[in-house]
Design a protein around this ligand. Structure first.
Ligand code: ATP
Ligand code: MG
Length: 187
């Protein structure tokens, strides 16, 4: 609140919708696209994640102030580079909207993100690493069964970085903007 000439004026601070993302190696992105291609052969009304938007969310931060965004950026930069390797597990869904590929290997880094952001955000209670490949309005039983039929490739994929992303939502779909990227491998 700023005071000018004795009158109070509210200064609106622009907020930023942010999340911490694990940047997908090409092989995992390809596998996610293969999952989408598999689903396209079925008769469901799905909205597919744009290929360039495929990601794994380590932590959703919501709408935050510029100051908090700067603080988050600083703290994420203090996380030590470390080997992270991802493996696809299976296709599945969070009814009623989200179709995903489950991913193992991100839990430790997720805990470190939570630790780094302690005091600013609550830690995740039930983290489950996943890549959202499609969204829908309801998941019919047939789709659930078909998801079980998708054979995920057995791959161990090293990850080179994670990032702080800002999400811009519109009727055209989300657009993600990289605020900062953090290397996971020593260069
Ligand atoms: P849209 O909301 O238009 O479908 P989106 O979900 O990709 O697009 P955001 O809502 O900005 O875009 O979300 C960014 C990332 O954070 C996505 O991976 C999303 O699944 C995740 N996310 C969003 N809201 C939450 C939440 N409340 N809890 C956990 N993760 C969330
Ligand atoms: Mg969303």
């Amino acid at each position: 609140m700023a005071k000018r000439g004795g009158r109070k004026t509210t200064v609106a601070v622009r907020r930023h919708r942010c999340f911490v993302s694990l940047d997908l190696p090409a092989a995992l992105r390809d596998a996610a696209v293969a999952g989408q291609s598999f689903l396209r052969t079925k008769e469901h009304d799905l909205r597919y994640t744009a290929v360039s938007n495929l990601h794994l969310t380590l932590k959703f931060l919501g709408e935050i102030s510029p100051d908090d965004r700067a603080e988050v950026r600083k703290r994420l930069g203090l996380i030590s580079p470390q080997g992270v390797s991802l493996r696809l597990v299976r296709a599945g869904c969070f009814a009623p909207r989200i179709v995903w590929l489950a991913v193992h290997g991100a839990d430790e880094l997720q805990r470190q993100v939570d630790q780094a952001l302690e005091g600013l955000f609550e830690p995740e209670r039930r983290f489950m690493g996943h890549i959202t490949i499609a969204r829908t309005k309801g998941i019919p039983d047939a789709l659930k069964m078909e998801l079980g039929d998708f054979v995920v490739p057995v791959l161990d994929c090293p990850v080179s970085s994670f990032s702080l992303q800002e999400s811009h939502l519109s009727h055209l779909g989300p657009r993600y903007e990289t605020v900062a990227r953090f290397a996971l491998t020593e260069s």
